[in-house]
Ligand binder design. Sequence first.
Ligand code: NAD
Length: 470
Amino acid sequence: MESNINPHGIAADLFEIITAQREFFATGKTRDISFRRQLLINLRRMIRDNEGLILEALRADLGKSYTEAYMTEIGMVDQEINHTLRYLKVWNSPDAAATPYFLWPASSRKYHHPRGLVMIFSPWNYPFLLAIQPLISSIAAGNCTILKLSEQSPHTSRLLCELIDKYFDREYIAAYTDSFEAVKAIRWEPFGLVFYTGGPTVARIISKAAAAQLTPVVLELGGKSPCIVDKTANLKLAAKRIIAGKLLNAGQTCVAPDYLYVESSVKEEFVGYLKEYHDRFCQASPTENKFYPKIINRMHFERLKNYLGDGQIIFGGEVNEDTGRISLTLMEHIKKDSKLMTEEIFGPILPLFEFSDINIVINTLRKRPKPLALYLFSNSKETRKNVLENLDFGCGCINDTVMQLANPHLPFGGVGESGTGRYHGKAGFDTFSAESSVLTSSSHFDLNPFRYPPFDDNYGLLRLMLRYLI
Ligand code: NAD
């Protein structure tokens, strides 16, 4: 029987949620596909009914324009809900697996089950999208979910707490903001999954806490995502798409291009296009532009301002202390071992390097931590093959930036230091599900005598069978 005693002093409100969710999960209601579908429909209604409030909260936290907020947060979530509602039944049906001859007659299947209680940690940079998108997968997989929202985006987190409480019962979906208590809870309570999006320092704290209960952890982290432009690229379009990708959320995007490698022979022409598109997209001074997002807080603003001294500015470099905005800044001649090139920039600064041999770029990048994203602008088949076969990264684009996220059929996640695990679409459903592998044997035929003791006489035949009847 479940005990409601709280021996480890987890905050009473959080402990109450955990206990209620555990009891609710045990009723088996979330295993019903129509219940999950109804929750997804409620979630879509919650979002559509409160779109204006969500847009306002995102503007208050990050200064995002309504169009950008809709395109990169609300619209993505709406698309993910519709995609999930469309495919949920198919994803949830058992997957057939092959069965070796020596097991015949039999069939094999993989069944999907909910993991149970899930805690989702979301960060401040896309505070709506990165909370709700994993929640969709968690609901689809039939879990009970606690959303641990970021304290750094207080307007969106507060609104989400209110909306989740209004539209859902806490026994299957609850929102919470206290990081300290959340870590304490995962240290002492077993969860089916902890899904974390954020930086590597907190990822280590959370992984360590979860390890105490052997709770599996998915880590969606970041890192320095390179962007390479060679002389065969459509330079104008490359400049347009790189500037657009970097301007999103003022560079506070985990998959934003972090730094650029440009082939020397086209550098000058390419920098001209970068400037042209920057001026065209930003119109007036970017730091005065109310449609251009601000830096989340003073600490990050100061950190980014300090990077501006780490090299030579080609264009940009404007900072507005009052509005917390920094213009998109292209830099070159970066000081060796400067923080600009050892830390993830996570802001509107773009260091530029030149190259004349792609193999040197590949060798340099192979020595760095594996990035979350990689972007290559090239029309050379040989270069594309060379880069794709020789570099490891979580996701990326050829001849574009960031748009890989817009395809719900492409799994999203990092590799090595940029994270573990995948989500979005079916990959999200799979990550938030547990899989049971089941072999169903015939009860009418029993064709394999060698599996039964005594074993000694059948050694030769058994060996042949296992070698060739697979
Ligand atoms: P953050 O400060 O919002 O932290 C992430 C989550 O951890 C939040 O819920 C926060 O409340 C919680 N947290 C903070 N300190 C904690 C502590 N001591 N103990 C427990 N929980 C704590 O976000 P951040 O870490 O600044 O996020 C930025 C990083 O996230 C960047 O590296 C970025 O690349 C990465 N990121 C990755 C993705 C992705 O999808 N892979 C998306 C967005 C951001």
